[in-house]
Design a protein around this ligand. Structure first.
Ligand code: PRP
Length: 216
């Protein structure tokens, strides 16, 4: 008998991976110690089901899936849109719910009416560009940052930011607020286009089982 190929699943490190592994456990998939917070191991194998999980940084998940190094990825909708790779988005997992918003001090609201050439700091330059240039028809300067985006308007790097708002407490604690909503976000399952053909039965079965569990 020929050896069965592993189905490889790339998870976004952190909360999303934790929620996803819990979901897999609920459908009877033993995630082989991947939930162990102390481990520094990056890859986990379930021999019985021929599954492999690995943990990666969010923006790298679509890359692994696009190149076929992972068949499946679990990643936020924000990252899928920002990375803009050719992938099949097959399932909304419902958790990791948050919003992509334009935020700033209340006094920055007037800058969003157009006219001024403002600066927008963000970890998501493509989403920010699309929102301001295409949807709002406003020319802005986009400044790419890698974290703690809320700092930018406080220290005068930009007038506003485009960032993720979950509970809103980071904004509140820094005297900022939501000025406009850009996108609704949640965790999604994406699939490599070739894998979807080659492993259709196994992937479809997995999607069905996850969807049924989420509907409970
Ligand atoms: C994210 C996001 C906000 C915060 C929103 O940052 O960029 O800063 O969470 O969550 P809240 O509305 O519940 O306060 P993250 O913690 O991922 O770190 P980062 O600032 O380094 O990107």
């Amino acid at each position: 008998m020929s050896e069965r190929r592993y189905l490889t699943i790339a998870l976004t490190k952190g909360r999303l991976a934790h929620d996803t592994l819990e979901l897999f456990e609920r459908i009877g998939v033993n995630t082989a110690g991947a939930m162990d917070k102390k481990t520094r191991k990056l890859i986990f194998t379930n021999e019985e089901l021929g599954l492999r999980f690995f943990l990666a940084k969010g923006p790298d998940v679509p890359t692994y899936v696009y190149y076929g190094a992972a068949d499946i990825g679990i990643v936020g909708r924000d990252t899928i849109i920002e990375e803009n790779k050719k992938l099949y988005e097959v399932l909304d997992l419902g958790y990791g719910k948050c919003r992509m918003c334009v935020c700033g001090p209340a006094s920055a609201r007037r800058f969003l009416e157009g006219g001024d050439q403002i600066r927008v700091a963000t970890k998501y330059p493509n989403i920010a560009k699309d929102y301001f240039y295409r949807r709002k028809n406003q020319t802005v300067e986009i400044i790419k940052l890698n974290g703690s985006i809320e700092l930018a308007p406080i220290v005068g790097l930009s007038e506003v930011i485009v960032d993720i708002v979950e509970t809103g407490s980071t904004l509140r604690e820094n005297g900022l607020e939501v000025l406009e909503e850009v996108l609704d976000l949640s965790a999604r399952m994406v699939v490599n286009q070739v894998s979807m053909k080659m492993e259709n039965e196994r992937i479809t079965d997995l999607i069905t089982r996850l969807r049924n569990e989420l509907a409970k």
